[in-house]
Design a protein around this ligand. Structure first.
Ligand code: ADP
Length: 452
């Protein structure tokens, strides 16, 4: 699928349906506030948990410190106490009493005897604090390989007031952190559920938008129907009034022969107008219901266009216009001949209708292996905005130069449909007040290509 078209369509949807912005804003704020609240709550929970752990270990050390001073002379008893306390507090990873010697801090006594004598690294600040303030315990947080630890230190002071050593514990916070991360995962699952609900909401919203589009379409169709009734009654009334008027005149036996002939001719022209109008309406319904039958055959464009321009040259002359032919011989295309005729007649009649001076040129050529027909005029031309709507059903430019001519706004719509159904294209180049070029292209017929 064309990404740019998709993007354009998306932008259009947003422009046309501002309520989409509202839904998106609601969805984004729900998701964002849920994510914000979850992370806020979890961080509060983590802080509270940390504080609790820190208070607990502080209390434990406060209780242990005088005991350690008491049992300082019985290291084995003290060690077994330390081992028991560690067993009771699963989060304690290391339970040591450290002291300072010439080379720094070293383990004096440990729940794990093998640790005794080992140097203590990187805890100088904490240990110095505990040494400076012997009445309190101090805790610092440290991370190692993604696991958080609390290091807590508390001085052991003998009755005589001498610093025997410093209790140093290392506590892992992984259990608490795991709990937090599993809560985080639950919050994520909740977030996904919320997102799913929001998506459902979106789909519902999209359905409502579809209904809005449908409503607008129905509204447009209704307006089109009103326009059609107005146009049809107006376009039917004018020739009917003429027919009735001239018929009335013919009833009068005293009318002279030339007036009688003129009346009959006017009646004939009006009848032709009615016929063309009804023909257009039937074509519209055939095209819309897919009943337009095409019987394509190879058509020699030069012959077909010469014949048509002979007829239309007369009409151009009647309006004081010239009709010039610049036809390339031997170009053949595969189209339904009647429908091709209809296309050319529509373009020629429009050119004559919307040109007041100068003339019309019918030009054919081959460009990029395609047959190109160019019907140019020196007529009223059109603005860029008018060009954009030209091939729309019932479209007629609003200017008085257009509205003074009779017309239904169906001709170019039918023309475009017919051309496209026969595999061709139509485009227009025009300048207001200067003139218009209608450019029709068809693939050259296979036989013609072979011969070429
Ligand atoms: P109609 O001629 O019955 O109004 P068409 O579908 O044939 O309907 O043309 C639609 C509109 O396009 C016209 O009303 C007119 O505004 C504009 N138009 C068509 N052909 C020309 C032309 N050759 N020059 C200027 N405007 C044109």
């Amino acid at each position: 699928m064309d990404v740019r078209a998709l993007l354009r369509n998306g932008i259009r949807q947003f422009r046309d349906y501002p309520q989409l912005w509202f839904t998106i804003a609601v969805a984004v704020s729900i998701v964002a506030s849920f994510a914000f609240m979850s992370s806020k709550f979890l961080s509060i929970a983590r802080d509270a948990q940390d504080q609790l752990t820190s208070v607990r270990i502080g209390a434990l050390q406060d209780a242990f410190s005088p005991l350690a001073a008491e049992l300082w002379d019985q290291p084995d008893v003290l060690r077994s106490y330390m081992q028991r306390m560690q067993t009771l507090n699963e989060t304690i990873v290391d339970f040591d009493i450290v002291g300072e010697n010439a080379s720094g801090w070293a383990v004096l006594l440990s729940s794990v005897p093998a640790h005794e004598g080992a140097t203590v690294f990187r805890q100088d600040l904490l240990l110095n604090l505990a040494r400076a303030d012997t009445q309190h315990s101090f805790t610092v947080e440290n991370s190692q390989n993604g696991t958080r630890y609390f290091y807590t230190a508390r001085a052991v002071v003998s009755r005589a007031g001498v610093l025997d050593g410093i209790v140093l514990t290392r506590q892992t916070l992984s259990a608490a952190d795991q709990q937090i991360s599993s809560s985080m995962q639950s919050a994520m699952v909740m977030l996904v559920v919320i997102l799913l609900f929001l998506l459902m909401l979106f789909f519902r919203h999209a359905r409502i938008i579809d209904y809005t589009v449908l409503y607008r379409k129905l509204h447009d169709v209704d307006a089109l129907k009103d326009e059609f009734i107005a146009m049809a009654s107006h376009e039917l009334r004018a020739p009917l009034t003429a027919i009735r008027g001239y018929a009335e005149m013919l009833k009068d036996a005293t009318v002279d022969t030339p007036t009688r002939a003129l009346s009959i001719e006017r009646i004939d022209i009006s009848a032709q107008q009615l016929d063309a109008l009804i023909g257009d309406m039937l074509d519209v319904s055939r095209i819309e219901q897919g009943r337009m039958k095409m019987e394509p055959v190879d058509v020699d464009t030069s012959a077909a266009l010469s014949e048509l321009s002979d007829i239309w040259e007369m009409r151009a002359k009647q309006k004081g216009l010239t009709l010039t032919r610049e036809l390339t011989a031997g170009l053949s295309i595969t189209v339904d001949p009647n429908r091709f005729r209809q296309v050319v007649i529509n373009l020629l009649s429009n050119s004559i209708k919307y040109t007041n001076q100068g003339g019309i040129t019918v030009h054919t050529s081959v460009q990029e292996k395609a047959f190109v027909l160019r019907v140019s005029d020196t007529g009223i031309g059109m603005t860029e905005a008018e060009r954009g709507q030209l091939f729309g059903k019932f479209y007629r430019a609003a200017g008085s130069d257009v509205r003074k001519e009779s017309g239904t706004g169906l001709g170019l719509w039918i023309t475009k449909q017919l051309i496209e159904r026969m595999g061709g294209t139509i485009s227009v180049e025009s300048i207001k007040g200067v003139g218009s070029h209608f450019i029709v292209t068809f693939p050259l017929s296979v036989a013609a290509q072979k011969n070429g």
